[in-house]
Design a protein around this ligand. Structure first.
Ligand SMILES: NC(=O)c1ccc[n+]([C@@H]2O[C@H](COP(=O)([O-])OP(=O)(O)OC[C@H]3O[C@@H](n4cnc5c(N)ncnc54)[C@H](O)[C@@H]3O)[C@@H](O)[C@H]2O)c1
Ligand SMILES: O=C(O)C1=N[C@H](C(=O)O)CCC1
Length: 270
């Protein structure tokens, strides 16, 4: 079965995510919605170097949303745009679309609306949708149980232009019961895609757990994994940790799914 996908955002991350979706044999990128007028009416696939037409680009301002979602229904909407986009795709859920949101930092009112949508459809929300960061999270929680007296600091590093504090780092602090103001340290330099480190300081040794995304394709692969997972879910709000729980518990073989996040996926030609 092919999963049809609508993508919000075609910036630094959305454009790379689009490429991963187009490359995936089980997914079809039906459309891309963006705020800017750049490449409006063109196909994401063509811009990304494919021969076929997939993922027509629309500009949010020029669309009548209710009519659009009615005539361009998709199984899953993936959001890599901005906090306020939830106000737009709330119209889509009445046509049965499920939501995968990767927005790192939500305004309070927007996250409330996202949660409200989960009464009508399945919504997965993750400030860091890579598979690997969820291993860091689990490993950090285990270590904290073993060494409850360790000093713990979280270091997050991102590209120079990223304005907000990493939503992932804030989530890690929350999971470890740490004061976010005090224990999250941010570095903004150059083009770092995303690096998170949890440092455990003990009297005679230091343990560091590090995850780094080298390429934004890691976010695309995570979002595709989440989309496939959410297809089997009814209404409710879900996290990436839940989507990965079978892999984490060893009940599902990571090898089986490895090509989704580790290896290169073959190019789809049709
Ligand atoms: N969860 C994750 O793993 C993860 C990973 C990377 C980025 N992100 C998040 O994704 C978002 C986008 O990141 P980016 O680096 O690509 O930003 P960017 O500024 O490069 O791109 C943003 C894109 O979204 C579009 N946009 C903005 N508001 C919109 C709206 N209301 N409706 C439709 N389109 C809209 C813009 O036109 C642009 O195409 C940020 O919140 C970022 O933190 C999350
Ligand atoms: O590109 C971004 O912005 C990212 N933000 C996430 C965060 O805020 O934690 C992590 C992934 C990249």
């Amino acid at each position: 079965m092919t999963i049809t996908i609508g993508l919000f955002g075609f910036g630094k991350t959305g454009s790379v995510v689009a490429k991963e979706i187009i490359n995936d044999f089980e997914c079809e990128l039906k459309w891309v919605m963006r705020e800017s007028a750049m490449h409006e009416g063109e196909y994401a696939s063509k811009l990304l170097g494919f021969d076929h037409s997939e993922g027509k680009i629309y500009r949010i301002e020029n669309i009548c949303m209710d009519q659009f979602f009615k005539h361009n229904r998709v199984d899953v909407i993936i959001d890599f745009s901005s906090s306020s986009a939830v106000n737009v795709y709330k119209e889509a859920v009445k046509y049965g679309s499920k939501i995968v949101s990767a927005i790192s930092n939500y305004d309070q009112e927007d996250i409330r609306k996202l949660k409200e949508l989960s009464r009508q459809t399945a919504v997965l929300y993750s400030p860091n949708i890579t598979v690997g960061i969820n291993f860091l999270m689990e490993a950090s929680k285990s270590l904290q149980k073993i060494a409850p007296n360790a000093d713990i600091e979280i270091i997050e590093e991102h590209f120079r232009g990223k304005q907000d504090v990493s939503g992932t780092a804030l989530r890690i602090a929350e999971e470890l019961g740490l004061d976010k103001e005090q224990h999250v340290n941010s570095i903004r330099v150059g083009g770092i895609v995303g690096k998170h480190e949890v440092v455990f300081g003990l009297p005679n040794q230091t343990i560091r757990i590090v995850h780094e995304s080298h390429n934004r394709a890691a976010f695309g692969q995570g979002a595709i994994y989440a989309s496939k997972w959410i297809m089997g879910k009814e209404t409710g709000i879900y996290s990436m940790e839940q989507a990965l729980s079978l892999i984490m518990s060893g009940e599902e073989d990571l090898e089986k799914d490895a090509e989704r996040f580790i290896a290169d996926v073959p190019i789809k030609t049709s």
